[in-house]
Design a protein around this ligand. Sequence first.
Ligand SMILES: [Zn+2]
Ligand SMILES: [Zn+2]
Length: 350
Amino acid sequence: MSLTNKTMRQAVMTAPGQIEINEVPVPVVSGDQVLVDIAYIGVCGSDIHVYLGKHPYTPYPVVQGHEVSGKIVAVGDAVTKVKIGDRVTIEPQVACGTCYPCKHGMYNICNNLKVMGFQTTGTASDYFAVSEHHIVKLPDDMDFRFGAMIEPLSVGVRAVKKAGNMKDKQVLVIGAGPIGNLVAQTAKALGASKVMISDVNKLRLEKALASGIDVAVNVKDEKLSEAIDREFGADRRADVIFDCAGVQQAISSAVSVARKGSDIVVVAVYEGVPQVDMAYINECEIRIIGTARYNFDDFKTAISLVEEGKIQLGELITDEFEIPDYLKAYQKIEKTPETTMKVLVHVHAS
Ligand SMILES: [Zn+2]
Ligand SMILES: [Zn+2]
């Protein structure tokens, strides 16, 4: 089947709160590009920021979509690593390759970083043309739904790796949304002895338990410090705390329940500038560790963990929409967060 001169659907966010489905030409690939027939796209928290007009670095109009799976249907003449028929996901970071972080193996924090779906065109279309260097192959038997969740899982993988060896660690995750859940599952998969997650959202706490996380605490019903004393021991408490909520309350609780020598990993994207008790951080030798997105190694670890059955992704999916209903996917997350975890948009390939 030739795609030359064919058109495809593309979801364009023209302004905050507005998404149009346009008919545009199917891209023609050349050089090192491949054409991916898109299967699923996940909608994530940062997409919602753009939808609400609260993302500082995203101009409109923008084609979103950075959590993706699909199948290669065409390749340029210079493509060597992948072939037609491969099932794939895409690493959506476009780094400059020349700045200090890029030259020192930290391209995920490139000084000139662009992320597909934010500062460059995202994948919200039937087909997407991209350099083969962004492609990560999926196992042949992996569900395309799970393939679209490798990107958020990679965020969790990096966050956990940043905290070092998880073996026998007691871990607290604040915030049980998709990223918090995946951080908690990854910590357990990589050796943590006990993982506790906290939130105020009942569904998210239920999903946490269903996906194998040891303890789920609703901080509406119970004080976090009491749950920590009970589950981790009042002396030892949590060795590592992941902030996956990104609000003042979260970092305040993280610091207040930390023991001397705990590490706090900041996974969430903060909107405001929180206040932190730096005297306490200093006196208690608490380390605050930043983590941003992922790299190719994190994608590979994420895929292996799913393949080995160590991460339950199915539990997280609460909704699926078809591409003509792209706007509804965002509305669902915005209007009913209490009943929503991961929302997927089905596009084309299956
Ligand atoms: Zn995302
Ligand atoms: Zn760079």
